[in-house]
Design a protein around this ligand. Structure first.
Ligand code: CP
Length: 314
């Protein structure tokens, strides 16, 4: 395994990409490159987090984020605790902060938190001594998803600067969209957000993006398209007439893909709704890097854990 570089990293938490500088984002991506090699040599473990305890505090469902944080922490030698609200004492009325403080009292170094409320990780960072990583807060940010998306673009297109990236779908409810926007713009990409007017937040242009409601118009200009999931769990009803109409106007299928650049890179954060945002033949087709994103998520999360609480030399 390659030795890890010493890093100057002053932040105790990772709460969002909005607060990171371009240099900090590049430092995480560069460090993640070291860990992609670890993923290939998967039996080997590092000891950079030996003696540390990481807790997954997930108040919303997750497959990719939770499992890859667990695996990343274990690959670095940490102990990992998993919290789920079902079966916990939150059902007896214990508050979010009390739950977190009681878990911290067991000797926790880092909390990975996902919550439906915007700002929940920021609240924890205020109340705990442990480091906090935002694993998704409401419709606000999902910074490690943004980082792994950008890592995948950089890995497969060898650059981010100068590329045109389309974020397509439910922009209003997407924390993935916000983290992508902040990160991509800092790294010099042009970002187009595209979706139905009812799923487009007011004032999104102020983040420096172009807004479109016609996928067929923007598709030929894009080097990368990130197909966002419709966040049914965050929507009130009636934001678009039907799923079939949504799929016709904003879904990616083989016919629509003919209008794209031949080397279009197609991303999706997952979980995907096959046949809604993306058809099976496209999700599994040659443009798709959906599973590569998941693979890269492990390396990116190892980089984040190492920066926040790792010791060099392990
Ligand atoms: N992309 C993502 O956050 O997936 P999970 O909800 O499965 O963690």
């Amino acid at each position: 395994m390659s030795p890890l570089p010493r890093m100057n990293w002053d932040r105790p938490h990772l709460l969002g990409l909005e607060e990171l500088s371009r240099e900090e984002i590049v430092a995480i991506l560069d460090l993640a490159e070291h860990f992609t090699q670890d993923s290939r040599e998967r039996k080997k473990k590092r000891a950079n987090l030996a003696g540390k305890v990481v807790v997954n505090l997930f108040f919303e469902p997750s497959t990719r984020t939770r499992m890859s944080f667990s695996l990343a922490a274990r690959r670095l030698g940490a102990d990992v605790l998993d919290f789920s609200p079902s079966g916990s004492s939150t059902s007896k009325g214990e508050t979010f902060i009390d739950t977190a403080k009681n878990i911290e009292a067991m000797g926790i170094d880092l909390v990975i938190v996902r919550h439906s409320a915007t700002g929940a990780p920021h609240l924890l960072a205020h109340h705990l001594n442990a480091g906090v990583v935002n694993a998704g807060d409401g419709a606000h940010e999902h910074p490690t998803q943004g980082l792994l998306d950008i890592f995948t673009i950089r890995q497969l297109r060898k650059r981010v600067e100068g590329l045109t990236v389309g974020l397509v779908g439910d922009i209003m409810h997407s924390r993935v969209a916000r983290s992508n926007i902040h990160g991509l713009i800092k790294l010099g990409a042009r970002v187009i957000v595209c979706g139905p007017p009812t799923l487009m937040p007011d004032g999104i242009e102020e983040l420096g993006v172009e807004v479109s409601h016609k996928l067929d118009d923007v598709l030929p200009r894009c080097d990368v398209i990130n197909m966002l999931r419709i966040q049914f769990e965050r929507q009130r009803s009636g934001l678009f007439p039907s799923i079939a109409e949504y799929a016709r106007l904003f879904g990616m299928d083989s016919a629509r893909l003919q209008k794209a650049k031949p080397d279009l890179l197609l991303l999706a954060p997952g979980p995907i709704n096959r046949g809604v945002e993306i058809t099976p033949e496209v999700a599994d087709g040659k443009h798709s890097a959906i599973l590569q994103q998941v693979t890269n998520g492990l390396a990116v999360r190892m980089a984040v854990l190492y920066l926040l609480c790792g010791q060099p030399g392990g």
